[in-house]
Design a protein around this ligand. Sequence first.
Ligand code: SF4
Length: 264
Amino acid sequence: MAIINNPAFTAFCALLAPELVLAQVRVRRESAGFELRHVSDAESTPESLRLVPVNELRSLANHTAAGEFRPLKAAPNLRTGWRCVVANDVELESALSQLYPGAVADWFAAQLPEPPVTHYRDYTARQTGMYRITTMLSDAQAGQMIGACCDARFCLKRRLWTVPGLAPDAAAAKSLIPCLEPCSVLLEFARKAMRIEQEENKLTVTLAPSEVESLLAALDTALVHPPTGQREADLSAATNPRRLQLLRAKLQGFAPVAESGGKE
Ligand code: SF4
């Protein structure tokens, strides 16, 4: 059996006893080697799944079932209906690095007494050009924006970095894959969120609590059923799910508090 000389990967393999789930992929030890498949296919028979060679996993991870590009490989929209059988540790490392690039190294780094985490303020302070405005979001605005962007609906990485007033994701949240610093999608979303804050001619709208409730319900429906062809990274689209999630977070503060034994 080929053995890989990589302390991070060796430590990760020790968790395989005999299987583990990494984000949306179940990895299981077999008599010879390992099998990987989508966790939703855990109960499927091997024959019902398409056998994918290791070198095709990158292309499998690049697009959703609908053919949309996946800018974030930790997004919870990995295709189902496949399995991949690898013969040894070397092939397993290759398979995982195609499905979740950098995940094992980041997981290992997160075990250190002081994980190499870069928080929002430090990260944005070193931005130049068009991303400098990401420093202008207040802590509360940044917290709301981060909550929307990194919601489990969009990303399965466990966020370890923070901004004042916002806690990191809980240990059991999302998946084993940590997020050690803001990603490019978040940076772009922060820029868009600040641009929205800067828009002039803001409207003042008076809504009854029931109308806020209806708007929240409409946003929930839109988030569950995004329009077909919606590109995840297209933040100029008013229907972009992260924009809807941020709007939902803003509206949520005005939602009526549920009554226990309500009357009609
Ligand atoms: S910054 Fe947020 S969206 Fe980006 S990888 Fe990290 S947790 Fe995911």
